[in-house]
Design a protein around this ligand. Structure first.
Ligand code: CTP
Ligand code: CA
Length: 230
């Protein structure tokens, strides 16, 4: 059943969406990366624009065409993603962190291509932890009443179920909404469909049944609009 919606309910709002997965270079040709396609973030940016928002989409290594009416800023590394998101988030009404930033980067990036050793030995790659962009954005809001949305892909483990880990992550990050994907099956990557539970800092939990990534995007914006200060 189609629900009627105020189609332009983001008119006059400035929103920032991140999408894709960051790359952390070892040398000029090699990097550590992840499987994020950027499809969900692009769907979120597209629906925000369709609902009237002024949208900045910070895209990390996404091979998708720019959505119409959206300002796209392309980045590669987590450091670049942080820089562009923090800049665009200044004064924004909402920030949605749909990107998958690499958690770690090599402590040193070689200027020259790393060569194989002749004795058959392999290098050990030392890693440093990357800054947590969502945590920073949530805890240093440039605009009071802005809404910050995070994503979490969880499998559940011996320390907790998917939802228990997600509740703890929501509290730790300090965001208002957390879109939780159960990735036990590894199915969401590159798929046009998604299924999620959206947890809110006020205790609410909204089940989003399996459907398109744009259907999930619409639910996210419904929840954001309901929390935006007037
Ligand atoms: N995130 C971020 N900066 C990072 C890592 C993650 O902003 N360096 C954001 C992601 O964009 C996402 C949310 O934080 O919206 C949760 O990402 P996730 O990888 O689940 O969180 P982590 O804190 O990295 O926890 P984990 O150890 O489970 O990977
Ligand atoms: Ca992570």
């Amino acid at each position: 059943l189609a629900r009627p919606r105020a189609t332009a309910d983001l008119t006059g709002r400035r929103v920032v969406v991140s999408a894709g997965g960051t790359r952390e270079y070892l040398d000029p040709v090699r990097f550590l990366g992840n499987r994020s396609s950027g499809l969900q973030g692009y769907a979120i940016a597209r629906s925000a624009a369709a609902r009237g928002a002024d949208v900045v989409l910070v895209a990390a290594n996404v091979s998708l065409p720019d959505p119409a009416g959206v300002k796209v800023v392309r980045v590669e590394t987590t450091a670049q993603l942080r820089e562009e998101v923090v800049t665009a988030a200044s004064g924004a009404d909402a920030v949605v962190m749909a990107a998958a930033p690499a958690d770690f980067r090599p402590t040193t990036v070689s200027d020259a291509k790393i060569k194989k050793a002749t004795d058959g030995s392999a290098p050990v790659i030392e890693l440093a932890q990357n800054p947590d962009i969502l945590h920073e954005i949530s805890h240093h809001r440039s605009r009071p009443g802005s809404v910050v949305v995070g994503f979490a892909a969880e499998t559940g483990d011996e320390t907790g179920t998917v939802l228990e880990l997600a509740r703890a992550k929501l509290a730790r990050k300090g965001c208002d909404l957390l879109v939780v994907n159960d990735v036990s099956g590894g199915a969401v990557f590159g798929s046009p469909d998604n299924q999620a539970v959206i947890l809110a800092a006020d205790g609410a939990a909204v089940d989003v049944p399996a459907g398109s990534k744009s259907a999930l995007a619409q639910v996210i914006w419904d929840l954001v609009v309901a929390r935006l200060s007037t």
